[in-house]
Design a protein. Sequence first.
Length: 404
Amino acid sequence: MIVSNLADDFINAEPVIKAIENAGFEAYFVGGSVRDTILGLPIHDIDIATSAYPEEIKEIFNKTVDTGIQHGTVMVLDHGEGYEITTFRTESTYQDFRRPDHVEFVRSLEEDLKRRDFTINALAMTHDGRIIDLFNGLQDLENHIIRAVGTADERFNEDALRMMRAIRFASQLDFTIEMETKKALKKHAPLLKKIAIERIHIEFIKLLLGKNPQIGLRHFVESDLVKYCPEFNNYLSELTDMSKMQSIKLTSEVAAWSLIIHVLKITETNINHFLISWKSSNELITHVQIVIKALNGIIHDSVSRELMYETGLELLLIANEVAAIFNSNLDAEMLTVAYTALPIKSKKDMAINGRQLIKDVGIQPGEKLGQILSILENRILLEEVPNESTQLLKVAKQLMLKLA
């Protein structure tokens, strides 16, 4: 097979591959970029594999960076772009089910490709678009199948994260998992305990944001991988029900976790604990907490000005996206218009601030100042007083006397 009309990323990298070939070595595009090109999907980072050893690559190019030289990877800098070049290699045993004890550089493309996870990822491509397929990956792409290279038991024992990658690819590509690979998932599911939560987190979110998250979730539950993820063992029936939902379409990690929180009926007070167990960032936790509050408002048809103001338009639309999964969403355009019509969108929009209240009203810094600012903020939001400094200062004076 020859791919015509190669993407610019490949064309721009062609001089790098040619330079390696002119030095007497082999070099190919490998991995996900090749797979996605064949599928007609957008490509992201391109990877290049070569028969040249790292020191030989450094002799060919003037500008290089040792980004992972112990694993055979050198970054070549060419015309402002960085290209990671990795030497063909074989790998030893995997004592921790994640990283090989050591790698051995080889000159054989076949030896390099046979260590990869799935046949659809074990494809190589020359700089002019010719596909090298040693493990029937093209046929599996055509048939929409996820199949381990060689023996699935060996691949998952080498790197237990590959189990999450299998179900993630099933979701992202809307592929089925080949039977022997599927059996190996269930057999080796307990090995997932060996993998860092952060890495599982990344794969799980990619699954939820995939083309068909239902199929990924179904494999997640049926393979028992679900049992070896934080907190999920307490919600097996809920997650099973979720895998049977008719349509899940999500566009962000915040939306993904908000859906999980809602389906599992995790209370607002427990959201923090739940997401911390998944090593989530503080920003993500805060955003999910806000979205869940807005989601409840949308579902129960109680979207007030205060709720819109506290949520912000971006998170409000995310909450509405999640509500759509349950056919409880509002018209997004109307929601946007309603939010846009708010007299202020944040404290920064207020026509006065604390310094003015101290200077012009004589309110002393402290709790009372904050209290008066909050009252003014709420009255502006409800349009009980215009957002105009003279009027606000007048109301502030009244409030100072009232709260004295």
